[in-house]
Design a protein around this ligand. Structure first.
Ligand SMILES: *Cc1c(COP(=O)(O)O)cnc(C)c1O
Length: 377
């Protein structure tokens, strides 16, 4: 049986990149590696749609989230955190940990934050230093309207920091056009790489705050990273083999074209949602993202049991729910290298697993709806 990794990160990696990862380890202080580092930095800027600085760290995505908090905020600064799921909670926890006065904007799980709510919070506390939001809240499958939020935040003195870890590469994210001051991305979601790299873009508005904030980070010191990058270098040993592999993955995205990459994700996401509805199940997110679909199973049906059957019988790995959603939802990742047939296969397997569990799902209904959605485009 084949393993099919359809979790919303880590996600499958294309063979071109895997082959690069199979090569011998090389030294990083060389002309060849400097060229790769600078090329990758430029390619990331293109994917993030920014002219801002982009810095690369050897960490999971959370490392770059931490960097965006510890560098930008001075203790006592006010931070507005949108909390509508696990990853919004992470923003809040990070801000608390580093001594910010954290203002939580709680959003019901499954719903998207209303930009007007952010506007109201900024009006109430005009000295908020930073607004922390999540492009794709991977715990609920909700997409935030970052474009509208950017318009609201731009009129204030606050910096807009976006966790785009699972969203970037799967859905539009126009950093400069939307006024995003810091964008956090991880390697193992839509960027076609294993876990291990994190990326952070920093705008001039964010740098101005960073330069005034006390220097509290060491490994994640953005000033040190920027200084080294100006000399085509990194302050510490970079994850050079991952960065070389990233070049291959970014080449693939470049070849396909960013707009085409986004359109592909939209298409597969729409087909997945059509399948879910045709199966009599519910899409959990009110404003669904294109990186994953969170599927709400009927009351009394154990989503964890469905998840383990999917893996055991069909080799399909999907994610379950977290916290209050544990046992209630399945999260199917359709980001990065996952293609149409991977998804159709997952839908077929889900229909069979649910039928086996006694859920009255008409066999073939989901896959037919997905096929229709795909052909209609
Ligand atoms: C995966 C994910 C993270 C966490 O990233 P790690 O790489 O596990 O540190 C943070 N935010 C979002 C939205 C994610 O999808």
């Amino acid at each position: 049986m084949k393993d099919r990794l359809l979790t919303p990160g880590p996600a499958e990696v294309p063979p071109e990149t895997l082959l690069e990862l199979a090569k011998p380890v090389f030294h990083h202080r060389t002309k060849e590696f400097r060229a790769i580092l600078m090329a990758v930095t430029q390619d990331l800027k293109d994917v993030f749609q920014t002219k801002n600085d982009v810095l690369i760290f050897a960490s999971s995505g959370t490392g770059a989230m931490e960097a965006s908090v510890v560098n930008l905020l001075a203790p006592g600064d006010k931070a507005l955190c949108v909390r509508g799921g696990k990853f919004g909670e992470r923003w809040s926890e990070l801000c608390e940990r580093f001594g910010a006065r954290t203002i939580n904007l709680d959003v019901e799980w499954g719903q998207a934050v209303r930009p007007e709510a952010i506007e109201a919070a900024l009006r109430k506390d005009p000295d908020i230093a930073a607004v922390y939001v999540t492009l794709c809240e991977t715990s609920t499958g909700v997409a935030a309207d970052v474009e509208a939020i950017g318009k609201v935040v731009a009129t204030s003195g606050a910096c807009l920091v976006v966790d785009g870890i699972s969203g970037v590469g799967a859905m539009p994210m126009k950093t400069d056009e939307w006024g995003v001051d810091m964008l956090v991305v991880g390697s193992q979601k839509a960027l076609l790489l294993p876990p291990g790299l994190a990326f952070l873009s920093v705008s001039p508005k964010a740098w101005a705050r960073i330069e005034k904030a006390p220097r509290r980070a060491y490994y994640f010191d953005l000033r040190a990273a920027r200084k080294a990058l100006a000399k085509e270098d990194t302050p510490y040993t970079p994850a050079n083999t991952l960065i070389a592999a990233l070049k291959k993955s970014l080449d693939l995205l470049k070849k396909e074209g960013l707009e085409a990459v986004w359109a592909r994700h939209t298409r597969v996401a729409q087909a997945t949602r059509a399948a879910v509805e045709a199966m009599g199940l519910k899409v959990y997110a009110a404003r669904p993202a294109s990186a994953l679909t969170a599927v709400l199973l009927p009351d009394g049906v154990d989503a964890e049991a469905a998840r383990s059957l999917l893996k055991k019988k069909y080799g399909v790995a999907v994610a379950g729910g977290q916290d209050q959603l544990k046992g209630k939802i399945l999260r199917i990742g359709h980001l990065g290298y996952a293609d149409t047939l991977d998804l159709l296969g997952a839908i077929v397997a889900l229909e069979m697993v649910l039928a086996e569990m006694g859920v009255p799902v008409p066999l073939g209904a989901g896959v037919a709806a997905a096929q229709k959605a795909l052909l209609a485009r």
